[in-house]
Design a protein around this ligand. Sequence first.
Ligand SMILES: CC(C)(COP(=O)(O)OP(=O)(O)OC[C@H]1O[C@@H](n2cnc3c(N)ncnc32)[C@H](O)[C@@H]1OP(=O)(O)O)[C@@H](O)C(=O)NCCC(=O)NCCS
Length: 153
Amino acid sequence: MPLQKNLRNLTIKQIEAQDTYKVRLPVLRPGRPIEDCEFNNDTHKDTFHLGLYYKSDLIGVVTFMRTINEDLQERRQYQLRGMAILEEYQGLKYGDLLIQAGESLVNEKQGKLIWLNAREIAVRFYERNGFKVSGDSFDIPKIGKHYMMYKTI
Ligand SMILES: CC(C)(COP(=O)(O)OP(=O)(O)OC[C@H]1O[C@@H](n2cnc3c(N)ncnc32)[C@H](O)[C@@H]1OP(=O)(O)O)[C@@H](O)C(=O)NCCC(=O)NCCS
């Protein structure tokens, strides 16, 4: 059952972890083996993945995982991971649709806060979606500078 549908032939629905690899690989792990697309807890029962389809093509993905980040006081927290839109569809604000759909599902599951580690180039995108930077930047090996960001919902 689609979570969201609009006039631009875009649909968002829940997908399996393995389905996300088709978008994670070219966007987040280019040139790396498919095994590098897998995240810890991808198949955990509390994890969910959303796929954004243009007509029948999967063009964007995002993953939400229940976490226990001790730096956060709010315990009903989810981490947003693996946000990716295929290159030819970037810059069209489609990422906003995945964030909005994810937030409403987290809300349904009684989650109160979403946090993430943002690549430097994506900080503005998350800020526009209501996330705030917390603390200084830090390095994630092979990927680069990141900022922890969060949003209470
Ligand atoms: C980050 C991402 C999910 C945002 O989704 P989106 O639908 O492209 O979001 P927007 O349309 O708001 O564009 C985001 C930014 O990318 C820029 N951009 C990226 N590709 C673009 C393109 N082909 N044409 C125009 N702008 C583009 C936009 O100008 C915007 O820049 P700004 O934030 O400085 O204003 C998506 O661009 C993406 O998958 N990027 C590569 C992977 C990545 O960095 N993921 C985040 C990991 S934390």
